[in-house]
Design a protein around this ligand. Structure first.
Ligand code: NAD
Length: 246
């Protein structure tokens, strides 16, 4: 029997990129999976996935979607807090509204889904929360002040939640991807004067000479979401092709 069979998982931002790869991996390994996304339609086409529309920056939307998904899944074992948006620039480039908007999605969005999911996770024998953080949390990346601050908060939130819920049997961990080849990166590259040259330069900056794949991040998330990692909580698992260690 697979370590994922019988598990029920909820993946926010599961219609694209890392979230989509995670939902598909978990479903392929036998988990029941529900995707929550602003645009869930693309996640459900031809896949054995349940999909719900939700905006993680709207508490009512999150509570309703989590309740509907858990009812359809028949319970909840794993919450994958993955939905996130980017922001570029220094502290002089983003105004207060932009700071509030990105913090609201990337940080408070994870708090909202956790609040809605925790009562259900308490009934699971293998409860886990996995937050998608980033190397930006600790790397000191240029031109990423706001984005890095949100991911730093996600990292601290992960540690605090792990401490708060460990005695309830709920594990909380995060993954720290490096540059992962997802539609997000595709959108960023498409804004460059020469996208192909920009991609080549980005790849050359990676110790491995290539970007991390969404499937590789999904593998780490699936591990942390399953009983395979049953004694692991309050950790950040880097999936960065050696970017931070080298
Ligand atoms: P993506 O843009 O391909 O996918 C993000 C998904 O989140 C989309 O389906 C989008 O609709 C959804 N989403 C955005 N805002 C939402 C909201 N308010 N409510 C619900 N859903 C919402 O991006 P990705 O690269 O797969 O990124 C996923 C996560 O990984 C993000 O948290 C991102 O910060 C993190 N991450 C990405 C990289 C990378 O290089 N791609 C690196 C480190 C961390």
């Amino acid at each position: 029997m697979s370590d994922f069979e019988g598990l029920s998982a909820l993946v926010t931002g599961g219609a694209s990129g890392i979230g989509r790869a995670t939902a598909e991996l978990l479903a392929a390994r036998g988990a029941r999976v529900a995707v929550l996304d602003l645009d869930p339609a693309s996640a459900s086409v031809g896949k054995p996935l349940l999909a719900y529309r939700a905006d993680v920056s709207d508490d009512t939307s999150v509570r309703e979607a989590v309740a509907a998904a858990v009812a359809d899944l028949g319970g909840l074992d794993a919450l994958i807090n993955n939905a996130g948006i980017g922001a570029q620039g220094t502290v002089e480039d983003n105004d207060d509204d932009e700071w509030h908007r990105v913090l609201d999605v990337n940080v408070v969005g994870m708090v909202r889904t956790a609040r809605a999911a925790l009562p259900h996770l308490r009934r699971s024998r293998h409860a886990a929360i996995v937050n998608t953080c980033s190397i930006a949390a600790t790397a000191g990346l240029p031109q990423r002040a706001l984005y890095s601050a949100t991911k730093g908060a996600v990292y601290s939130l992960t540690l605090a939640m792990a401490a708060d819920h460990v005695r309830e049997g709920i594990r909380v961990n995060c993954v720290n991807p490096g540059t992962a080849d997802t539609p997000w990166i595709g959108r960023l590259l498409s804004k460059a004067p020469d996208p192909a040259a920009e991609r080549a330069a980005l790849e050359a900056r990676q110790p491995t000479g290539r970007l991390v794949s969404a499937a590789e991040v999904a593998g780490a998330i699936a591990y942390l979401a399953s009983p395979l990692s049953g004694a692991t909580t309050g950790t950040a698992l880097a999936v960065d092709g050696g970017m931070q260690g080298l």
